[in-house]
Design a binder for this molecule. Sequence first.
Ligand SMILES: [Zn+2]
Length: 497
Amino acid sequence: MPKFVIAMMMHETNTFSPLPTPIGSFARAEALSGAAAIAEAEGTNTPLGGFIDLAREVGAEFVVPMAANAYPSGLVTEAAFEQMAGAIVEAVAAGCDGVMLALHGAMVTEGADDGEGELLTRIRRVAPDVPIAVALDFHTQMTEAMARGATVITGYRTYPHIDMAETSRRAGRTLLRALAGEVAPRIVWGSRPIMSSTLVHTPAREPMKSLMRVASEAEDTGAVLNASVFGGFPQADIPHLSLSSVVVCDGKTAEGELLLARILDEAWEQREGFLFHPEPLSAQVARARSLDGGPIILADHGDNTASGGTQDVMSVIEEALRQELDDVCAGPICDAACVAQMIAAGVGAEVTLDLGGKVDMPAMGLKGKPLTVTGRVKCITDGVFTVTGPMATGATIRMGRTAVLDTGRMQIVVSEQRSEPYDLGVFTHCGIDPRRKKYVLIKSRQHFRAGFEPIAKHIVMCDGDGCTASDLKLFKYERVKRPLYPFDMDMRLGRND
Ligand SMILES: [Zn+2]
């Protein structure tokens, strides 16, 4: 019976985010390792859940020395990285037949631009020949160190990421075939110097849709073992930011190289399609106001947690109140002090809050700006619910203590912890039914589509302030490798352009 080390070390680092990332940020689940971590992940549509379920199905033995997953934020502290990487390397060194890693692929630490490459390099020092399957997020910043360290790599095919468990299974199945001697995985990869905006690069739409289809068909028809396309994550000022693709070949790499060139040349050809075009916030909210029916989703993508936002920027809520949108539910806003104030006042009490705006964003040149709002405390919860929608189905969400402020026009969910709203539970767990609201104002850029697109009559993207803004001209990049599209719009690749 094979024995596996299965581990998760996931973080998408937004180097412009003012939020620190110590080990405490990774403790979203009940436990960071062992039986409790396994119990929490098992059967869920998550990367760790996918590996665990596959190992169980084939009757393999396994240990989980690390199950760390933090919401995106600033640089990972050295201490946190050492604790996570140390536990994984130690478990591999103790002996195993294979390793299955759920990584994000965009971790930047205080000491390393490529956290995943560093982890894999350390594992290779203690286990040069052990096969390693790696499941990555679609927003991976791919590197040579990752390609060299891994035996198999797969990436999500969706954004919102509704295929997390399946991505792990795709990697794990190739690993099992390699262990059985059926295949001999060899990785080839490449990239193009494109910084694609996350708001327009989902595989659900062109131009990414065609690229992903080419990769998926090559894998699904067995032409190659695995093939993935990675959009990259632009809110990181690191040298290896790019749009990339990874192909896992069986023995010979010629077919994989051809596939890579086809995908990446097509991406370069279609590069204008990856540009984001900004619009004034006031015009966007006015458009939402003019639309009939509901619910109308207003997506505040300048400050979303799943890209490293502080989740306390009030600009979109302020504009919605200014334009007197009525019958709105909004949030979640992360503001522990306001939650405490509402709990102290009690349900039914009238309170005036200086809501949000507690965190400055020096890298963006933005100062925190609280919004004074008055309303009644509608309800108070523990902020815990189970996801029922298609993304991370079955996972437990912990928002910290949570309270709802009802201003009359707007019901605002306020929580102690940050949490990306991709499931209706963010509202329903505190007694608000978003299906019955005229407007649903949420801090999300893309993941909200998993739970909220099915109930939406209209979706209006709102260019609010924050460190996850989609207009890349708002960021001061100093370390990205130039030339880079779209900064150097007239650049030529040389070999094929
Ligand atoms: Zn992602």
